[in-house]
Design a protein around this ligand. Structure first.
Ligand code: FNR
Length: 342
């Protein structure tokens, strides 16, 4: 199967299978505050993604690129939506354009539409440091995501089977490039053990890409008859993964993603410690079904609601929201106590 056919299949299946609601944000409750002592117009949503300053704590996560006109149009629309809100945006894996330079325009359209934006490149951990530099140059990227997608590869018959030396390759990319490197998962979550390894090679930002939203094991299994169905329920829920990442110290910038759909999900992810929050499948679904204007409207709505939630909690900014008192119950509580995380 061609790479571009596979990419289109991912978009179709991600939309058809819908977004699951198993990221476990239902386990998180805010403690109501009757005297928040803040006015809505004081609330500020700016934050930092690693060393990068952004005016919104929400970003559009990596989805597509390569695959011709259809993906070019999707990327153009995502860039327009991000620009409208001053949000950061990641492009999909740029490997397609490194293998076929004619595909580069499907990524470069994001920079054309959003010249002053925070735009994040994307490659898998099979990439070399020369490929990382080329991906950064291709879109004048402000940061580069390196995705880890072992389960997705294993569920694809044509996928990789050798995951050796990924950490060494990432270490070289960190030392050879001059933009922040964000290591991300793609919907299976990141454990504190994984993050400890990443910290040991100088990575300073992770996107936990937790379980509970787009599910690539299901997407791959549904594309064919033979299936590794046991991977359908495999992964660390986003709520848990954010807390696991946060225990690794204040030097690490933690991006929360996986199953994010609402302003309340975003507020809860930040209250668990996330510095910024990404969503992919939910935004793509709105774009494909209702168009770019509807996506812009939804993003405006989410930002407005987030500011209202912060007002109720007495949080003037994202740093305040990270500190509000919460109760963690259910599976998330169970998981964290088994993992000896308070
Ligand atoms: C993705 N995702 C992804 N991630 C990545 O690092 N490189 C990529 O090329 C892609 N491609 C891609 C295509 C499509 C159609 C979707 C829906 C997703 C994964 C994405 O960035 C994210 O980690 C997961 O989708 C989980 O987040 P959501 O979708 O639950 O918000």
């Amino acid at each position: 199967m061609s790479r571009s056919k596979r990419k289109w299949d991912h978009i179709r299946f991600a939309l058809a299978n819908g977004q699951e609601r198993t990221a476990r944000f239902e386990d998180i409750a805010f403690i109501h505050q009757s005297l928040p002592d803040v006015s809505l117009d004081q609330v500020k949503l700016d934050t930092k993604i690693g060393e990068l300053s952004v005016s919104s704590p929400i970003f559009i996560n990596a989805m597509t690129g390569g695959g011709g006109d259809r993906t070019l149009q999707i990327n153009r629309d995502l860039a327009i939506a991000a620009r409208n809100m001053g949000m950061a945006i990641s492009v999909g894996s740029q490997m397609a354009a490194l293998k076929d330079p004619a595909e580069a325009k499907t990524y470069q359209v994001v920079r054309e539409e959003y010249p002053n934006g925070v735009i994040i490149g994307n490659l898998g951990s099979e990439a070399t440091s020369d490929q990382a530099k080329a991906a950064i140059d291709m879109i004048d990227a402000n940061a580069l995501q390196i995705h880890l997608n072992v389960i997705q590869e294993l569920t694809m018959p044509e996928g990789d089977r050798d995951f050796s030396f990924a950490l060494q390759r990432i270490e070289k990319i960190v030392s050879d490039t001059n933009v922040p490197i964000i290591v991300k998962e793609v919907g299976f979550g990141m454990s504190k053990e994984t993050i400890a390894k990443l910290l040991s090679i100088g990575v300073t930002a992770v996107d936990v890409g937790g379980f509970g939203g787009t599910n690539f094991a299901k997407i791959e299994n549904n594309r064919r008859e033979s299936s590794l169905a046991f991977f359908n329920d495999w992964g660390i829920p986003t709520s848990v993964s954010i807390v696991e990442a946060k225990t690794m110290g204040s030097g690490l910038s933690v991006l929360g993603s996986g199953g994010i759909q609402t302003s309340l999900d975003i507020a809860k992810a930040i209250s668990l410690g996330a510095d910024a929050v990404g969503a992919a499948g939910h935004f793509l679904k709105i774009l494909m079904k209702e168009g770019v204007e509807a996506l812009i409207e939804e993003l405006q709505f989410i930002h407005d609601e987030l500011a209202i939630i912060m007002t109720a909690l007495g949080a003037r900014n994202i740093a305040d929201l990270q500190q509000v008192p919460i109760i963690i119950s259910g599976k998330t509580h169970h998981w964290l106590s088994e993992r000896n995380i308070d």
